[in-house]
Write a protein of this length. Structure first.
Length: 701
């Protein structure tokens, strides 16, 4: 079957609704989806029936409220459509309006960061009509998934979706104010669009199962580099290996059925690393799609005897994985506010929008940084493959030139144009050159008609970054609209504002090499925040500035922000302790016993050679034995030390203290244990080494 025939067949999309719902109910649903509000109970009942009927035809037996709790992954609890049997023992399949709209669950086992004590366990899920329902085909059955929001008994958000939707409303309202002032009376809504490029690693499942670190933590906690890494640059865009290709083909089919527009697939830089990118869509749907993509990757990989690693840094020494969050804002009349046009210097509305974004990013760089903070990303940010933990903006030479002119003179008289490429090959068609080059090292790069936020970790939920982006830009739009509304001459005022925003905030613009040490120093000179770790970034969430911002636009209350910082600290501490305990387990159960066996074998050899032939040399065995025993001792000392640190951490009070201790004490103790074990890996006989090596994992799929 050709793709367009089955694309979206597992989605209860508009065409399904249109075909199955009475016209007035369909129109009510569309109205609410666009303008907010809720549909009547009667209509909801009709939708529920139609949705269930459709799902049953697709093989569904159960439904679930599908939501994004603060674990960063999705949650679902399946309920069959069945009703209690009647007197004759017959049952019918049913989904009521109430079941569709609201779910009530014991929420005390989800992270709440103190928002909800266990004795106030009630949590609610509520149908999110802005994201379409879908069915998921799983080994436990086909399940109708109803996207929902999740909040506490008092209405506080306990998920990643609620604040995102709030932020989308905020940016829409404020952007519309600007558009009206520029004479746009047609648009009624402005929506952020997002396309998330997803990086991942694929490894063989049998090898994976031999490594407790991969199983428990998603990354290797030990491992010497393989003789070959990524230095030949032969993996990026290289020919996709057969087994991985079969996985990709299967994955695409599954995603397409769920209406996810997976379009781009290629090998990434590190051996065993790949990328998938969809076509961008409305921000909240893109969030759902990215969660489903990650989940489907894992499931489909399993069917092929493979495992998909979504961790930000599964292997030391080669590139880690991130997620480029491409973001733009468009009107419901189809205009992208980030489209510079042919001559951006004359495009006043674009320049105002751009200057507001620059202001927002500079003012709230700390929040953007925090939005991409997770324990795994600490291993990646600032390594030579990922943006540093310093937020800066890359504009490209065309816009940078325009900005510079405005900073210097208040206006930009001209702008650099795209031009043609001279390839020196006369048979080639004329190739246009883009007005700006790319810069891979920038965390926040303008790429034509969108910004690309590249800090997000590969395993992370993209909702947080987009919530922050939408809200900080809403604030800058709001301030601009306030100023413009007060002025008699909107265009004159807009020019003044643009110059002011750019002059005050151009320090955040940086077109150079973001990976270099010089940039770290230069950024410090410019006064840009550098929050190198997750624990260092968490306090940004609850500063006076942050609370004011989020409360002003109704995105987070102070209590919600405090709960989120609590969860971040707690998660960081838990992740680090799990990693530390996994290392202790592997070192004491796998590595040390193997090394002891190896040293015994060497000692045996020394003794046996000496007695069999006293004149023969046993220098090699003896040298190896000495080296091995010295490293073994070092490993055991480090093991004891790490053990003590972990025990000490259990006695600490408060999540922030725990997290700081994990960062400052446990993480270095983990590195100290890894070092001698990795050295031993290079010495010990491969037959004895207890786990697959980097070479086995990255090159043998
Ligand atoms: P790359 O960075 O690999 O060159 P592309 O330019 O192909 O990436 O685009 C990457 C992602 O950006 C894709 O998911 C694409 O759909 C998305 N994208 C393209 N245009 C926009 C836009 N205007 N708004 C948001 N996302 C966009
Ligand atoms: Mg990209």
């Amino acid at each position: 079957m050709i793709v367009s025939e089955y694309f979206g067949e597992n989605v209860f999309n508009k065409s399904q609704m249109q075909a199955r719902l009475p016209k007035e109910v369909y129109e009510e649903v569309i109205h609410v989806e666009k303008n907010g509000g809720s549909i009547s109970a009667k209509s909801a009942d009709i939708v529920a029936q139609a949705m269930m009927q459709w799902a049953i035809e697709r093989g569904a037996t159960h439904y679930t409220h599908w939501f994004l709790p603060l674990t960063g992954i999705t949650a679902e609890k399946h309920d069959a459509f069945l009703t209690a049997p009647d007197a004759m023992g017959k049952t019918i399949m049913k989904l009521t309006e109430k079941q569709l709209i609201r779910g009530e669950s014991d929420a005390s086992s989800f992270p709440s960061g103190g928002l909800r004590a266990t004795h106030y366990a009630r949590g609610y899920t509520a149908w999110d009509m802005t994201s379409p329902a879908f069915v998921k085909e799983m080994s436990c059955g086909t399940i109708l998934c109803i996207p929902t929001l999740f909040f506490s008994y008092h209405g506080e958000a306990l998920d990643n979706k609620t604040p995102l939707l709030r932020s989308m409303e905020a940016i829409s309202q404020q952007a519309l104010r600007i558009l009206r002032l520029f004479g746009d009376n047609e648009s009624t809504k402005v929506t952020p669009s997002v396309g998330a490029e997803q990086e991942y690693f694929i490894v063989d499942r049998e090898k994976y199962l031999k490594r407790r670190d991969l199983i428990y933590t998603g990354r290797t906690l030990f491992g010497a580099p393989a003789p070959k890494g990524q230095e030949l640059e032969d993996q990026y865009f290289g020919v996709i290996r057969e087994r991985v290709g079969e996985f990709m083909a299967d994955l695409n089919t599954e995603l397409w059925k769920m209406g996810i527009t997976a379009v781009t697939q290629h090998n990434e830089v590190a051996p065993g690393q790949h990328e998938l990118a969809p076509i961008y869509c409305t921000c909240n749907v893109a969030v759902d799609h990215n969660q489903l993509t990650m989940e489907t990757m894992k499931r489909v990989a399993g069917k092929h005897g493979l495992v998909c690693l979504l961790h930000e840094k599964p292997f030391a020494g080669v590139n880690g994985s991130g997620k480029h969050n491409n973001w733009s804002i468009s009107t419901d009349t189809g205009k992208n506010l980030l489209n510079p046009g042919e001559t951006p210097n004359n495009n006043l509305q674009f320049l105002l929008v751009l200057s507001c974004i620059i202001k927002a990013v500079d003012r709230h760089a700390d929040l953007l940084r925090t939005s991409s903070a997770c324990a795994g990303n600490d291993q990646r940010l600032g390594a030579d493959e990922a943006p540093p933990a310093i937020i800066s903006i890359f504009l490209g030479n065309q816009l940078e030139d325009v900005v510079q002119q405005i900073v210097d003179n208040g206006t930009a008289a001209d702008c650099l144009t795209d031009g043609q490429l001279d390839t020196g090959v006369s048979t080639l068609p004329v190739i246009k050159r883009d007005a700006a080059d790319r810069n891979r090292t920038s965390p926040f790069a303008f790429t034509g008609n969108k910004f690309e936020f590249r800090m997000v970790g590969s395993s992370d939920c993209i909702a947080n970054s987009n919530t922050v982006l939408n809200t900080i830009v809403a604030e800058a739009f709001c301030e601009a609209a306030d100023a413009l509304q007060k002025s008699d001459d909107v265009l004159k005022e807009a020019k003044k504002l643009i110059a002011e925003n750019l002059r005050n905030h151009s320090r955040v613009i940086f077109n150079g090499n973001g990976y270099s040490d010089e940039w770290v120093q230069e950024a410090a000179r410019r006064g840009l925040p550098n929050l190198p770790s997750m624990v260092a970034s968490v306090p940004s969430l609850t500063t006076e500035k942050a609370v004011k911002l989020f409360e002003q636009f109704g995105v987070f209350t102070k209590a919600e922000l405090e709960s989120r910082s609590e969860i971040l600290y707690e998660t960081y501490a838990k992740v680090t302790c799990i990693e530390a305990r996994t290392m202790l387990h592997m070192a004491s159960k796998h590595y040390i016993p193997s090394v002891v066996r190896y040293s015994t074998r060497l000692a045996d050899s020394v003794c046996k050679v000496r007695s069999a032939c006293p004149s023969a040399s046993f220098r090699v065995q003896e040298t190896l034995l000495k080296k091995t025993c010295a490293l073994l001792e070092k490993a055991d000392d480090a093991l004891q030390h790490l053990q003590e640190c972990v025990e000490h951490s259990n006695a600490l009070d408060g999540v922030q203290e725990m997290a700081n201790y994990c960062h400052d004490v446990i993480a270095p103790a983990m590195r100290a244990l890894r070092e001698p074990i990795d050295s031993l890996e290079l010495i010990v006989d491969k037959d004895i080494w207890p786990v697959p090596t980097y070479g086995d994992l990255m090159f043998e799929v």
